[in-house]
Ligand binder design. Structure first.
Ligand SMILES: [Zn+2]
Length: 293
């Protein structure tokens, strides 16, 4: 079936600081749209941090390590695409072989808190937790993470400062733009921000709050892609391999696979990890927005 796109713009155009800014007209390799799939591990840490032993109905996080992540790895292998797995340090300690399998398959591993923290801490404690997970993941895979995503969506100015000190290159927590952009931390320091849309391009709200059937979620994600493809934009999907509200189960993993095959059927769609997207921005920062923290 041929789909026509009546309003194809040459590039994404945004208005800021009193002027229009024309963003890049093509992605690496001349691609028309860029896609990143982020898989947030969210294992038993997600339940423990809320005070629940990961048992009974609170064992859905354990599904990530036992079935969800292996199933997603098989899916990614069939599709032949890379992904970024954001992993809490505690979950890595629970499932070290799973973490090594992710790395061995060539996917990126980013940091995602230690115990999937839902609260903000005093600066010293926040720094201790950031360093702890950084060391756990680096020691386990042989290469320290370069990307971080906030568990629960919270971060502070301490977060950015410590991430920069530890050598991180990007953050993937904010929800304030359609495209990645440069984050100026002052004093010549910078990070790349890779923002996400957790209210549409994410499984959690659909399966947790609205209990939307997976077939409808798949259609929403396809329509989101259609719009982004028409703008030559950036499609950033975040999923969780848990059972319960996650996408680890067979039918929900199959929906992600269907979505990727739909996107792959379009001409000029490039798939990359978050770190690779970060490198695209760093290689040509003038083509992207810049924002001060
Ligand atoms: Zn998470």
């Amino acid at each position: 079936m041929t789909i026509s796109y009546p309003t194809i713009s040459r590039s994404l155009r945004t208005f800021s600081d009193g002027r229009w800014r024309q963003h890049r007209t093509e992605w690496p390799g001349g691609a028309r749209a860029a896609v990143v799939i982020a898989i947030d591990f969210d294992g038993p840490s997600h339940d423990l941090t809320q005070g629940f032993p990961p048992l009974g109905s609170h064992s859905t996080g354990r599904y990530s390590g036992r079935r969800g992540v292996p199933r997603h790895l098989d899916m990614l292998s069939r599709l032949g695409i890379p992904a970024t797995f954001f992993v809490p340090g505690y979950d890595a300690e629970c499932y070290p072989q799973v973490i090594r399998n992710i790395a061995a398959a060539g996917h990126e591993i980013g940091a995602h808190g230690y115990l999937h923290e839902r609260t903000l801490f005093e600066p010293q404690e926040e720094e201790r937790r950031l360093r702890l997970t950084h060391e756990i993941l680096g020691n386990m895979t042989g290469s320290p993470p370069v990307g971080w995503r906030s568990p629960s969506g919270q971060k502070t100015y301490t977060t950015l400062k410590v991430l920069h000190q530890l050598g991180y290159l990007y953050d993937a927590s904010d929800k304030d733009f359609d495209m990645p952009y440069m984050l100026d931390l002052g004093h010549g320091r910078s990070l790349v921000e890779v923002p996400n849309n957790t209210y549409s391009l994410d499984d959690h709200p659909w399966f947790h709050y609205s209990m939307t059937p997976v077939s409808e979620v798949l259609e929403v994600w396809k329509r989101e892609f259609d719009s982004i493809y028409a703008e030559r934009g950036f499609f950033f999907l975040s999923v969780h391999p848990r059972s319960g509200w996650g996408s680890g189960s067979p039918s929900r993993t199959a929906a992600i696979e269907s979505l990727v095959r739909y996107m792959q059927a379009h001409e000029g769609v490039t798939f990359m990890t978050c770190a690779e997207m970060c490198n695209v921005v760093r290689a040509c920062p003038q083509a992207f927005e810049e924002m001060r923290t």
